[in-house]
Design a protein around this ligand. Structure first.
Ligand code: ADP
Ligand code: BMX
Length: 529
């Protein structure tokens, strides 16, 4: 018999989703959590995967919200991305089928998923990140809208639930499910008062690793000696010209190697070269952070411009790096990592944009204390005619232009010649500075950051920022950005990615099963040969 739309109303739903690959990722625990929750007053359960839905369905007639989570390389959408997933969940016995309803690149659109749920004779729940998502989903005929995806479509995860979104969804429909970061009875009450028809609680009830982590951190703060000694991180900054690897602890660089990127090579070779160059540090670091030129999404890495680095297609960087280094690996775009490094290194909490002028032209944005991820900040990919902006705004263009004028030399010597007053070189540097100034002015009117921080081999070259400032003063006096050289210099990316890796505690769980290494609050213990 199909459940009625009212069956979940005015109640608690417990999401029983074990940490993937964790110790509780098994039928017996999922069914146990579901039955325990239902026996204590939950009105329904939210269950991931057709296998677990089928197992729970055998054990109880209570309403089940089913979903499937997938990590796709060509889409950030994770929750029930395919129409076939809908049918599998329906077949397994789900009453309500949840799917991601965000407006992102996706294999199946919201209309097709909503229709598939109807075809299967089930109710649908659209997991939304915003009011616009919900509006579109309701137009597609979904039964419930949830606040599930709020805070998960870019930037670091917030810690608080998005009660305001719940209230805004309630203005659209009474069928609102509050979900996401609800950890206390008081937060659940706030969601209900904001108008949620029912409230989903997950991690706080069924993710032992998360709850243990909250308590362990709280106790660490009391028991650990102050200052807390943070474990070392191997930070890597892989650019189109050079690779820098450093041992980093608490924001301080302890040791560094720098070597040329083999531009004719491929990712496996670059990873091997990094591993070889840092072999002596093995055993000293507990995590690895890799900042790489190119776009980073869901553990995969892809070049935006193969002229900057000749990487073809998607490369599963996180998994491959974890296999090589044997510790959890956090990955990010190089300029975004540098933006974060600069943000953390300064006491100023206002918004900043970081620009690296190097082999390519990269950028990162920190807004309201959050690093924007995905493609955000890829200013070098903005089009000028058919070409990306970075085609004429990067180190290799300076070298090519010098060559064209009969001076075969590296950008550094073009800068030296410009300082020495040679016309040909002054012309080149002036053209680059003017283009860069225009970009800074455009960024200022788009994002109005408190400062634009500049890094990269060319960005930090002698006299470059001063020349850019001269152009800005002429070009856009009313919207002149505040320019600063990166205070961390060429280490901004390394320090930024080390900090991101340091705080990426959840990465610990992702490889604990695969590697046979169990991690307990920063220490690591080998559990099998
Ligand atoms: P990556 O792109 O690998 O991160 P860099 O930030 O060092 O590496 O940028 C490389 C580009 O910067 C190259 O085109 C290089 O010639 C240029 N470059 C490096 N050092 C200088 C310098 N002191 N002055 C001008 N250009 C430089
Ligand atoms: C390119 C792009 C960005 C990167 C920027 C700076 C690729 C391979 N890279 O715009 O992701 O941030 O270059 O990279 O498409 P770098 O190598 O110059 O430091």
């Amino acid at each position: 018999m199909n459940v009625q739309i009212e069956s979940l109303n005015n109640g608690l739903i417990v999401s029983c989703q074990p940490v993937p690959g964790g110790a509780m990722d098994d039928d017996v625990y999922v069914v146990g959590f579901a039955l325990a929750a239902l026996s204590a007053g939950a009105r329904g359960v939210r269950i991931e995967s057709a296998r677990y839905v089928a197992a729970v369905r055998q054990a109880t007639p209570a309403p089940i919200i089913g979903l499937v989570k997938r990590d796709l390389t060509d889409s950030p959408v994770r929750i029930t991305p395919f129409v076939d997933d809908v049918f599998a969940l329906a077949q397994a016995g789900a009453d309500i089928i949840a799917f991601d309803a965000t407006d992102r690149v996706r294999p199946a659109n919201v209309e097709a998923l909503a229709q598939a749920v109807r075809d299967a004779g089930k109710l649908s729940m659209a997991d939304c990140s915003s009011v616009d998502d919900a509006r579109r989903a309701l137009a597609a005929g979904v039964d419930y809208v949830g606040s599930t995806m709020s805070g998960y479509t870019g930037g670091p995860e917030p810690t608080e639930p998005d009660i305001e979104l719940v209230a805004r969804l309630r203005a659209l429909t009474p069928n609102v499910i509050a979900e996401g970061r609800i950890r206390t009875p008081e937060q659940a009450q706030a969601a209900a008062k904001a108008g949620a028809a029912c409230v989903v609680v997950g991690s706080a009830i069924t993710r032992t690793e998360h709850v243990t982590d909250w308590f362990a951190r709280a106790l660490d703060a009391v028991y650990a000696p102050v200052p807390v000694v943070l474990p070392m991180v191997l930070g890597v900054d892989l650019g189109g010209t050079k690779i820098r690897a450093s041992l980093v602890q608490a924001g301080a660089v302890l040791d560094t190697v720098v070597f040329a990127t083999d531009r004719a090579g491929q990712p496996d070779g670059w990873l091997r070269a990094i591993s070889d160059a840092t072999l002596l540090w093995r055993g000293r670091y507990a995590r690895v952070g890799m900042a790489v030129t190119g776009a980073v999404r869901n553990g995969a890495w892809r070049a935006m411009n193969t002229a900057t680095l000749g990487l073809e297609g998607d490369f599963p960087l996180q998994a491959q790096a974890e296999a090589i280094f044997g510790v959890p690996v956090t990955i990010a775009n190089d300029a975004q990592a540098a933006a974060w490094g600069e943000f953390r290194a300064s006491a100023d909490p206002s918004d900043l944009v970081f620009l690296t002028l190097s082999t390519g032209l990269g950028g990162g944005i920190v807004a309201q204390g959050r690093l924007m991820q995905g493609l955000a900040g890829h200013f070098g990919q903005m089009r000028v005619g058919d070409e990306p902006l970075e085609a004429t705004l990067c180190g290799p263009w300076i070298a090519a232009e010098a060559h064209r004028l009969g001076h075969a030399c590296q950008p550094k010597y073009v800068f030296d010649a410009a300082i020495a007053g040679e016309d040909w070189a002054m012309g080149i540097i002036d053209a680059v500075s003017a283009r860069f100034a225009r970009l800074c002015c455009d960024i200022q009117v788009m994002l109005d950051p408190a400062r634009i921080v500049i890094g990269g081999g060319v960005g930090l070259a002698d006299g470059f920022i001063e020349r850019v400032q001269q152009h800005i003063a002429r070009m856009c006096p009313a919207a002149a950005p505040q320019l600063q050289a990166a205070r961390l210099g060429h280490e901004a990316g390394i320090i930024g990615i080390a900090d991101l890796a340091q705080s990426d505690r959840m990465a610990l769980y992702s490889i604990s099963r695969k590697s046979g290494i169990a991690f307990t609050s920063g220490k690591c213990v080998k559990t099998r040969g």
